[in-house]
Design a binder for this molecule. Structure first.
Ligand code: MG
Ligand code: MG
Ligand code: MG
Length: 307
């Protein structure tokens, strides 16, 4: 049988990479499909920390898919965030925890969606339902994805279910949840050797609402101030990216993972962001207290402000 490609979104985060690997392991155990994990971009430092810790190799890079290629999507569904050629691919499965938008298939599919904090939490459910035993390494990968997406269970996207699953997985993975989690998140805050162009692409997603094209990117840090030292260069990179991609708006979130706040830098139709977050931008920037989630606290507000 033809090999099925499993992948998460472009500029992949820890959930996109690790949930692809976990689904590959699940498919192998179930034995129905021959499926292999891929990545749509560079591995970030946080993900690398988790892969190294559990001794797992990163998936290979996938640049595009051919017409009719069978695929499984994790951690995304919007075609704008997916692989080149996705419109003509054959989508077999989607396992995701995002809004469903700009998504259409010509054939029936297996679609598993839950409003939980992480794709790995849904995959954990899938194992449970199918009676699949979770080994130490798979548990470690799932746990790392949950820690990443929920900022160590502190994000407003984190549900009771994510917490319960994370605690169970920490035992299976034989790690202390808080110690391991903080070390992993900290590994992702080392932004020292990124150019501004790379910085705005570490975790960056495109959205289109009512014809307004915008980008929402995010970096994690232990010091917002440190990142703001390069504000001028970051804005230059954002501006260039907007021109190249014909964007109306760019929101760049600098998220303090210790204090759980974000500073945003906004270019383009700034009035949308000012309405969305009820702030006045000064020098293109504003501090958003208690805001850490793009999915729950940034994108819906922008969409409401656009509508
Ligand atoms: Mg993701
Ligand atoms: Mg996710
Ligand atoms: Mg994220």
């Amino acid at each position: 049988m033809e090999e099925i490609y499993i992948f998460g979104h472009k500029s992949p985060d820890t959930d996109s990479i690790l949930s692809s690997l976990v689904l590959e392991a699940i498919e192998k155990t179930m034995g129905i499909y021959q499926a292999k994990a891929y990545r749509l971009g560079e591995i970030n430092k946080e993900t690398k920390y988790a892969l190294d810790y559990f001794g797992v190799k990163a998936p290979e890079l996938l640049e595009e898919v051919k017409e009719g290629q069978p695929v499984m999507l994790v951690d995304h569904n919007e075609f704008g965030q997916s692989v080149k050629g996705i419109e003509k691919a054959k989508i077999i499965r989607v396992v995701d925890h995002h809004r469903i938008a700009n998504f259409e298939t010509s054939e029936p599919l297996f679609y598993m969606a839950m409003p939980v904090g992480c794709t790995a939490t849904i995959l954990h459910d899938m194992c449970h339902v199918s009676g699949i035993k979770i080994d130490k390494i798979t548990a470690g990968l799932m746990l790392s994805a949950i820690i990443s997406d929920t900022l160590l269970l502190k994000s407003p996207t984190c549900t009771v279910k994510d917490k319960e699953v994370a605690e169970e997985l920490a035992k299976l993975a034989e790690v202390d949840l808080n110690t391991y989690g903080l070390n992993m998140l900290k590994a992702g805050t080392d932004l020292s050797d990124f150019t501004p162009e790379q910085l705005i692409n570490i975790d960056s997603k495109p959205f289109t609402t009512n014809g307004i094209k915008y980008q929402a990117a995010q970096v994690n840090t232990a010091s917002i101030e440190d990142v703001l030292k390069n504000k001028d260069e970051i804005e230059k990179a954002m501006k260039k990216f907007m021109e190249e991609n014909n964007l109306d708006l760019f929101v760049f979130m600098i998220t303090d993972i210790l204090e759980n706040n974000s500073q945003i830098i906004v270019l383009g139709k700034q009035e949308i962001a000012e309405i969305a977050f009820n702030v006045k931008l000064e020098n293109n920037t504003a501090f958003l207290s208690g805001v850490v989630s793009r999915k729950k606290q940034i994108v819906p507000n922008i969409d409401n402000a656009i509508a």
